[in-house]
Design a protein around this ligand. Structure first.
Ligand code: ASP
Length: 289
């Protein structure tokens, strides 16, 4: 596919049929927003942050405004963003009272010398981010629609710019009723998200399974080792099934613009845009080019 490329997903799970249209519209809008960032001269990091922000803003996914509650009835969010070229990342874990943890993760990457900030510290950093004007405050209103998905549905994105520089990002509230303080794969480098100068990956599914095989890092490693992105995704999905009996999904791209989507759940809404098409390739079910 012609660079730049924008890939967006809304989680590997099963979604109620009556929401499919809205969900596909949301992932398409997120992919377009990411692509728009490129046309305005933004980087792949800007593109993945913008795309994930769009998905956090809807209440269709268990992230951002649609987040689900933990055992105590509170919301704790995880997010991560990674710059493949710099091999640097920013992540926040179990952060409360915000809608867009992806922007806070970006702030961690750009404005601190740390990579992962949890809980109270992340909230403190959020106040600093707003005070500095790095990103604007948004209202934290959430609608309490019952979950549209069976389980959980992290959102994520992978972008490759015109020069082949990659970034990946994910955002989630994790599983409904999770233990207070539970952190899944999404904000853990190499588990839910990984990017370097060869490939970039974003995974979704049961975090406890994805963590066991450091799924995103291993998918990228398989590409470094000479597999095509299709072969690498197939291999890592097989490893997850075999070693953990988990179900999951992955979006994976390399620096030349080869990309793939794999999942073994019923649905994984995904939208893909490249520079030579104006219409996102979008689907809930497996039928990728
Ligand atoms: N991986 C996420 C988690 O376990 C959930 C998901 O991808 O749906 O927190």
């Amino acid at each position: 596919m012609a660079l730049p490329i924008m890939m967006v997903h809304g989680g590997a799970t099963r979604f109620q049929t009556r929401f499919h249209k809205d969900i596909l519209n949301a992932v398409e809008k997120a992919a377009r927003t990411g692509m728009c960032v490129f046309t305005k001269g933004g980087s792949s990091l800007d593109a993945v942050e913008a795309a994930v922000y769009v998905l956090e803003e809807t209440n269709l996914f268990t992230a951002g405004r649609g987040a689900s509650k933990n055992q105590d009835g509170e919301i704790e969010l995880d997010a991560m963003i990674m710059d493949g070229n710099r091999l640097e990342s920013g992540a926040v874990m179990a952060v409360q009272d915000i809608i867009h943890p992806i922007s806070l993760a970006r702030y961690v990457l750009e404005r601190t010398s740390n990579y992962q900030i949890a809980g109270k510290g992340a909230n403190r950093l959020y106040q600093k981010m707003i005070a500095e004007g790095y990103r604007e405050e948004v209202d934290t209103k959430r609608t309490s629609v019952p979950s549209i998905a069976a389980g959980c549905d992290t959102v994520g994105a992978v972008a490759v710019d015109a020069d082949g520089r990659m970034a990946a990002a994910a955002s989630t509230s994790g599983w409904p009723g999770k233990l207070v303080g539970r952190v899944g794969d999404s904000p853990i480098i190499g588990a839910g998200v990984y990017a370097n100068d060869v490939a970039a990956a974003c995974c979704t599914g049961k975090g406890e399974q994805i963590l066991r095989i450091t799924m995103a890092r291993m998918a990228v490693y398989h590409v470094e080792d000479g597999l095509t992105v299709e072969e690498a995704a197939e291999r890592i999905m097989g490893e997850l099934r075999q070693k953990t009996s988990g179900e999951a999904g992955i979006i994976l791209a390399d620096s030349r613009g080869n990309m793939t989507v794999r999942f073994d759940t019923t649905h994984m809404p995904t939208a893909i845009l490249c520079s030579d098409s104006n219409v996102p390739y979008a689907s809930m079910v497996p039928k990728w080019p």
